[in-house]
Design a protein around this ligand. Structure first.
Ligand code: SAM
Length: 208
């Protein structure tokens, strides 16, 4: 289905704005994931930066970014360049075209608030994780007042904290949306669920 004009404009604006100033955040998330070898799935990869921070220059990692947006997939392919250990696929996370137990680690950053069928996507990620595999779910906290130092790349003071927080009104979750997500997660068979905070994000680390 062809995306609406509004969605295409929003995808371009995301690449020009948040995806640029979130660069330190992607680096911090990749460091927290701490993968040195294995398979990585970036769910709703957008312009692909997290896959790059996780896998660029690390030939023992095979990373796959999936996204339903053609514009984001094209951007992620441009950003990954000629790196052979990163693959970007146009794919719905509600129907992941990989066999059971394929990935050591999966992550979804700022994607879950877009999902049309969250239970289906969570079940799909669970299916493609290996036993013991981890799923990192990150969403900016909409009510958060502070943007910690070192999480946003600024030039001449921009974007200001107020601009970043205003983006979270579109790209984050509020308390009750996060609580709903946690309820849905707890219906699955993850052996370990840790909910905490990391930088300006709420985070769940789910172990299969
Ligand atoms: C706000 S962007 C975040 C992109 C990237 N994770 C980042 O942090 O820069 C959310 C992305 O999730 C993607 N998305 C939403 N629903 C999806 C689904 N069912 N399957 C795959 N991707 C999806 C959107 O197309 C969009 O590119």
């Amino acid at each position: 289905m062809k995306p609406s004009l509004k969605k295409r404009i929003s995808d371009v604006l995301y690449q020009l704005g948040p995806a640029r100033y979130y660069q330190p955040a992607y680096a911090q998330i990749a460091a927290a994931i701490g993968l040195s070898t294995g398979t990585f799935l970036d769910v709703g990869c957008g312009p692909g930066w997290l896959s790059l921070y996780v896998a660029a220059g690390k030939l023992d990692i095979d990373a796959v970014g999936i996204d339903t947006s053609t514009a984001m997939v094209e951007a992620a392919r441009r950003n990954k360049g000629s790196r052979l250990n990163i693959t970007i696929r146009e794919m719905d996370a509600a129907d992941i075209k990989f066999p059971h137990s394929t990935f050591d680690v999966a992550a979804a950053v700022q994607s879950a608030h877009h999902w049309a069928d969250t239970p289906k996507i969570l079940a799909e990620v669970f299916r493609v994780l290996k036993p013991g595999g981890r799923f990192y779910l990150y969403e900016a906290a909409r009510e958060r007042q502070l943007v910690p130092e070192g999480w946003i790349s600024r030039k001449m003071g921009l974007p200001s904290d107020a601009m970043v927080r205003s983006g979270w009104r579109r790209f984050g979750m509020n308390d009750s949306e996060w609580a709903d997500l946690e309820v849905t997660v707890r219906r699955l068979d993850f052996s370990r669920i840790v909910c905490d905070e990391h930088g300006f994000y709420r985070r769940m680390v789910l172990t299969k």
